[in-house]
Design a protein around this ligand. Structure first.
Ligand code: AMP
Ligand code: GLY
Length: 428
């Protein structure tokens, strides 16, 4: 089979390394890919949001399967466009990708189908948002831009002044463009967060092993929100009891709800959950694999991933047994100095041979090859990933490898997995 993967970050690199292990695959292309990905796939400089360009590329390389990984092309309808041309794909159509593309849609869906989530109200007028927050007078509160906002469309103001400033930025200055025309104001929930990615063909849902993201830039969950600074799998807060409750109250009801709305979801559905004192609740849905969750989940997958993609296409997922390794996996992100604000690019990366290092897998998020040298080209640069007997063992390997890799200004969190280890020690 000839497979095209759309996207160019660490998640796509993890997908490609897994697809490469499939006995069915003999050629992998990626667009746009990146420097590190080019060791594993032929990269083409077509943007991941260029729907026509990707369709043309799929034709040019005779793709047997196109995996669309990022949110924006899915929301734009890239899968619809590819399927209209007869290509087999992995990823939801636009009608289903709206579950991530519009927070108003997903919140209304959860309300209508009784899926546990934070209480909320929708607004399209900034003055009304502020009047509501002033009257409620409960802080912190949570304000979310309706549309896609590069993972940055959520603010959690502690005061009325902060709320006013945030609403101005999102709804008036439109820092996220039209994504901020409407906002959701919701109740602030507390509890540990769990990411669960799930395969679904619209008929059945098969959750993958759980993981924990670390979204803030600095140690101790301080600093700005990022795309994710590291992940561990499994997530110790996701006990068998919680998993069973999520299946019954969240996963199956969501798949059913999407079917009832005429928006059957096929692909990977990401459940961002919070385990609150009142049970698990949905913080967000994503219509795709998480980044950097994929980097710690897929290394634990034993089943051929292409068999899973085909079963989803054929709507026979219920017949396929998906197997996972019992070991743990950890990923420490090495980012450019300054990220998630502005950062330099083109800085040489030392310590890797052909983009890799013995004993770990280095997933490339933002690298390029310039004059034969591996250089930085993005905010998140590398995801240094290790498998181990348990989370502590895997972390030791990830951090030992991070110490051997260097580039000027490199920034990484030193406490990835700390909360998971504490939870394990305290038995959650
Ligand atoms: P999201 O982009 O929706 O995942 O939100 C980003 C982060 O904001 C989440 O990972 C949570 O840590 C936090 N967050 C979002 N919604 C809530 C909420 N209702 N209560 C508390 N924290 C939240
Ligand atoms: N790591 C969070 C996300 O992929 O949205």
């Amino acid at each position: 089979m000839r497979v095209l993967v759309v996207g160019g970050g660490g998640r796509e690199h993890a997908l490609i390394k897994k697809i490469k292990r499939s006995s069915k695959v003999d050629y992998i292309a990626c667009c746009p890919g990146n420097g590190g990905i080019s060791y594993d796939a032929e990269c083409f400089s077509v943007s991941a949001t260029d729907v026509e360009g990707v369709v043309a590329l799929a034709k040019k390389i005779n793709a047997d399967l196109v995996v669309v990984a990022p949110d924006d092309p899915l929301v734009l309808g890239m899968v619809d466009a590819l399927e209209a041309e007869g290509f087999k794909t992995f990823g939801p159509k636009a009608a289903a990708a709206i579950i991530e593309g519009s927070k108003v849609f997903s919140k209304n869906l959860m309300l209508k189908y009784n899926i546990p989530t934070a209480e909320y109200k929708v607004f399209d007028n900034p003055a009304e948002v502020i009047a509501y927050i002033r009257e409620k007078n409960e802080y912190p509160t949570v304000i979310k831009a309706d549309g896609l906002a590069l993972g940055k469309g959520v603010i959690i103001p502690e005061t009325l002044e902060e709320a006013e400033a945030g609403v101005r930025e999102i709804m008036e200055d439109k820092v996220f463009g039209e994504s901020g025309s409407r906002v959701v104001v919701e109740e602030f929930l507390t509890g540990p967060e769990v990411s669960v990615l799930a395969f679904t063909d619209g008929k059945c849902v098969k959750p993958m092993v759980s993981s924990m993201d670390h979204k803030r830039a600095l140690d101790g969950d301080k600093g700005l929100n990022t795309g994710g600074m590291g992940t561990v799998s499994p997530n110790p807060y996701y006990t068998d009891e919680i998993a069973a409750e999520c299946m019954k109250k969240i996963f199956i009801p969501t798949i059913d709800a999407m079917n009832k709305e005429g928006r059957t979801f096929k692909g990977c559905l990401y459940f961002g959950l919070m385990i609150t004192p009142k049970g698990p609740k949905v913080i967000e849905y994503n219509c795709r694999f998480g980044d950097p969750e994929t980097q710690v989940v897929l290394p634990r997958l034993k089943t051929d991933i292409v068999d899973i993609f085909e079963a989803i296409n054929n709507e026979t997922l219920s017949e396929l047994e998906i197997e996972w390794d019992d070991n743990a996996c950890t990923c420490v992100i090495m980012a450019s100095g300054g990220y998630p604000k502005s950062y330099p690019k083109g800085i040489e990366i030392n310590g890797l041979t052909d983009g890799q290092l013995d004993g770990v897998t280095v997933y490339h998020a933002g690298t390029a090859i310039k004059d034969g040298k591996l250089v930085t080209s993005g905010g998140r640069v590398l995801g240094v990933t290790a498998l181990g007997n348990d989370v502590a063992d895997a972390l030791k390997k990830s951090y030992a490898a991070v110490d051997k890799i260097s580039f000027e200004g490199a920034h990484f969190r030193k406490d990835i997995g700390k909360r998971a280890l504490e939870a394990l020690k305290n038995n959650c």
